[in-house]
Design a binder for this molecule. Structure first.
Ligand code: ATP
Ligand code: MG
Length: 429
């Protein structure tokens, strides 16, 4: 007889049947001849009732002694019971403690620091388990969408000879006898790959030495990027709308329990359908001024400005046509002052989740811009080659998975969208 997932028992599929369950002790309490032990597995939590007279003597003894987070295998009969959390309980016939736990270092109401020091254990918590499940689903639905829309998944490098997003957040390291950098974005490599595959996407970690402490920046995050040949700025935004809408529809349908855990009403995600509003940066500046911000044309949005722009909206919104001074060198110009680019801001004040643009295709313009920014041309020769051998109109975008999770799961801090967060003051564990 195999093992049954707790979720399936709670779904009512096994009433009055004998099942085997294995997992970890979540809560435990006993009085005399009766022990109540809740067991969690990856799918759910169920109460196990152990009556001394129904199990072998050694089982009862080890069960009542076992501390929380001990692992256990149980055989028992499923009984409907309104008093039990989840509506079903397991009446044990045997209870084997398979791995005893020491006193668990995490109890209720711990400091954030202690939880982070014990992250390898805290990832067992319901908060993190549910966030990780939403992330796994998000990845599944993104992959699904790209597969259905003629994109090839590719595997760009994460060790690079130069910057993509500017030098201030670059992690440098010793690569044999040279300097190399951890990738900030796969974009430049994806641009090279469209000449082979036309529509490509990749999922890689991106590394950014973010020196300021915020609730939406990690030093290492998972970056989903796409690049599309023959696609302009507007079509690029349409691709993003469709992708985001697809994952929201799927999550609302398939992942209700996890969303509800985070108090995310699945219905709010069903409403996320194209088109998303487009607001030009210039108009956004006006909106901010009207809201009393001391913000002028040419400045970049910080957390407060972004939140102000997206706090009262229900669907994500594109802020387009940023001034050249606040964006990287590779974007195509819309006019003298601005680029054909867009940041997608999530609703409810969560801020930027995607950055995208049409890319500059003209060799001379790129060279000129790179010189203005004192970039080392030698490092980018290969990239400039792309404009020499069959340059085509193309666009792309990069989406921070943890940013989206933070929004979907209403997380206070982005670090809880990743199991082992890397931030300015933490690389352990
Ligand atoms: P921000 O202005 O918020 O720092 P950015 O303009 O630096 O973002 P891009 O370079 O456009 O961001 O990167 C693409 C996407 O990657 C962003 O839209 C965001 O979702 C995500 N992202 C960027 N930096 C981080 C980070 N440090 N931690 C987590 N996600 C990030
Ligand atoms: Mg940044």
């Amino acid at each position: 007889m195999g093992f049954t997932a707790i979720k399936n028992i709670l779904a009512g599929k096994y009433e009055n049947q004998e099942v085997n369950v294995r997992g970890w002790i979540y809560r435990t309490r006993s009085s005399g001849k009766l022990a109540f032990i809740t067991i969690r597995d990856s799918s759910g939590i169920i109460q196990v009732t152990i009556a001394k007279e129904n199990v072998p003597a050694k089982d009862f003894e080890s069960a009542t002694k076992a501390l929380i987070e001990s692992s256990a295998a149980v055989k028992g009969v499923v009984a409907k019971d309104k008093r039990a959390p989840g509506g079903y309980e397991l009446r044990a016939k045997s209870f084997e403690v398979t791995g005893n736990a020491d006193v668990f270092p995490i109890t209720e109401h711990q400091s954030e620091e202690l939880l982070l020091d014990n992250r390898h254990l805290w990832i067992r918590s319901r908060e993190l388990v549910n966030a990780m499940k939403v992330k796994a689903s998000l990845l599944k639905y993104c992959r699904e969408w790209f597969n259905e829309n003629n994109f090839y998944e590719v595997t760009p490098p994460t060790i690079t000879p130069s910057a993509c997003e500017g030098g201030t957040t670059l992690f440098e390291f010793n690569y044999f006898d040279k300097k190399a950098y951890l990738s900030q974005s796969a974009q430049l490599y994806l641009e090279a790959l469209i000449y082979s595959l036309e529509r490509v996407w990749s999922l890689t970690p991106s590394f950014r030495a973010e020196k300021s402490k915020t609730r939406r920046h990690l030093a290492e995050y998972w970056h989903l990027e796409a690049e599309e040949a023959w696609v302009n700025h507007e079509e690029n935004m349409k691709i993003q709308e469709k992708l985001i809408s697809h994952v929201c529809q799927k999550l609302a349908k398939e992942d209700k329990d996890e969303l509800v855990f985070f108090k995310r009403e699945p219905g709010t995600l069903k409403n996320i359908e194209p088109p998303f509003e487009r607001i030009k940066y210039e108009s956004a500046v006006k909106i901010l001024k009207d809201k009393g911000f001391n913000f002028n044309y040419g400045m970049d949005f910080g957390t407060k400005e972004e939140s102000a722009l997206c706090s009262d909206i229900e669907k994500p919104v594109f802020i387009t046509n940023f001034p050249k001074t606040v964006k990287p060198f590779y974007m195509k110009e819309a006019d003298e002052k601005t680029y054909l680019c867009a940041d997608l801001l999530a609703p409810e004040g969560y801020g930027e989740i995607i950055g995208g643009s049409e890319r500059e295709t003209d060799y001379n313009k790129l060279v000129e811009r790179m010189k203005e920014q004192n970039m080392n041309m030698k490092d980018y020769e290969w990239y400039l080659d792309l404009r020499k051998y069959g340059s085509v109109q193309h666009s792309g975008f990069g989406l921070g998975l943890e940013r989206i999770i933070r929004w979907l799961c209403k997380l206070e801090h982005i670090r809880d969208a990743v199991p082992f967060p890397r931030t300015i003051n933490r690389v352990y564990p």
